[in-house]
Design a protein around this ligand. Structure first.
Ligand SMILES: [Zn+2]
Length: 395
């Protein structure tokens, strides 16, 4: 999946006042973002909601369209793009030696609830389609590209053994071991969110039951709070973590009820609302969040037993918005584990945060001499406001 990782020497003598240009592509479950940069910084950024209708070439088609649109904004052609870094949701598969996306949040043919994704795709031939148009591309899953960017520009500078984890609606990760990114046979290592943690646990979007994402993601926090409130309402007794999991089915049969003085209903609860309830002293919110943090920490213990890392960098909205609550809980649980493995591990918040999408994709193709200049001047902090393209615009 790696094509011609760009080295500084490739570009020697090619600089002019404006170029060369690199394109950064960030493909998520809800939107696709394209930025174009030269050595002085990010010059333009465009995004639009990802369109999941049509055939399985629709996503690469949207990427190409957004690059073309961004180039037009700069008055350059697609031929002026020297290299393309693509950071995308996964997982990946390999078809005829080329990388394909087998992502359940894009491919309706893989999702269990097909009606929520209006297509029957089982894979997206991203590498084949983009390499027909662009000569130099480097595609990685967003966990690997995030850890690469954090190691280049953020909280992982100078670290050879570092794991990045995003704690958000889902849980993703990427890792460097001994100074090298770990990839695996299809470029999916390490998919930490899908480590099994308990028997008879709640279901994950991947099809597992009781894995880390099912127990500690933002979706899990909201679900567990809903279930717990409903379970308490039904039984008038306190509930255990196993009751919460077992109660998931029962909760579906119960109509939403008001649970707070603000009129918040069970049906409308988000993870962020549960954290707000925690801050107000709600014991059920405290219990749900404590459980989620404990399971998250146990996932880190498992990955650390395999990778023997030095630094965990944690990002994602669930963590970044609530890190003063979560970090002490995670550290406490983590430090209960085998001391020989856990004692020298550090925890750091993601440093790039809102800039991570751009920098993750750019870091995959950025020449060495750019890296030095960007480390010094931090030009991503002065990137222009993104242009949002109309969802109804036909390609
Ligand atoms: Zn899973």
């Amino acid at each position: 999946m790696i094509q011609d990782l760009v080295k500084g020497s490739d570009l020697a003598g090619k600089y002019n006042m404006d170029g060369p240009y690199l394109a950064a592509v960030d493909i998520g479950g809800t939107k696709i973002t394209v930025s174009i940069a030269n050595i002085s910084g990010i010059l333009v950024k465009v995004y639009r909601a990802v369109q999941l209708e049509g055939d399985n070439l629709a996503v690469p088609g949207q990427v190409d369209y957004l690059i073309e649109h961004a180039c037009r904004q700069l008055g350059i052609g697609k031929d002026d793009i020297y290299a393309l870094g693509v950071s995308t949701c996964g997982p990946f598969g390999i078809r005829d030696g080329e990388l394909v996306l087998v992502a359940p949040n894009l491919c309706g043919g893989l999702a269990k609830e097909r009606e929520i994704i209006p297509n029957d795709w089982t894979e997206i031939p991203l590498q084949r389609e983009l390499s027909r148009i662009y000569k130099k591309i480097h595609i990685e899953n967003d966990g690997i590209s995030a850890v690469t960017a954090e190691r280049m520009f953020g909280a992982g500078r100078g670290e050879d053994n570092v794991v990045y984890i995003t704690w958000s609606t889902g849980i993703g990760s990427g890792a460097y071991v001994d100074g090298r990114p770990i990839k695996g046979k299809n470029g999916n290592a390490p998919h930490i969110g899908h480590i099994y943690l308990v028997d008879n646990g709640p279901g994950c979007g991947c099809g597992n039951f009781g894995d880390m994402e099912a127990l500690s993601s933002g979706v899990a926090i909201a679900r567990d709070y809903k279930t717990r409130v409903t379970a308490v309402d039904m039984t008038s007794r306190d509930v255990t973590a196993m009751d919460i999991m077992a109660g998931d089915m029962a909760a579906k049969d119960v109509a939403p009820v008001d649970v707070t003085a603000e009129g918040l209903t069970v049906g409308s609860i988000t993870a962020e609302a549960v954290f707000n309830l925690f801050r107000k002293g709600d014991p059920k919110a405290e219990s749900v969040i404590t459980n989620a943090a404990r399971y998250f920490a146990r996932g880190l213990v498992s990955i650390n037993a395999i990778l023997d890392t030095r630094v965990f960098i944690i990002g994602g909205s669930v963590f970044m918005n609530n890190r003063h609550i979560l970090l002490p809980m995670v550290k406490e649980e983590f430090c209960k584990s085998f001391p020989a493995l856990s004692k020298d591990v550090e925890f750091r918040p993601c440093a790039l945060d809102s800039y991570l999408g751009d920098l993750a994709a750019l870091s995959l193709v950025m020449p060495d001499d750019w890296v030095r200049q960007w480390q010094e001047k931090r030009p991503w902090e002065y990137a222009p406001e993104p242009i949002v393209l109309d969802n109804n615009l036909k390609l």
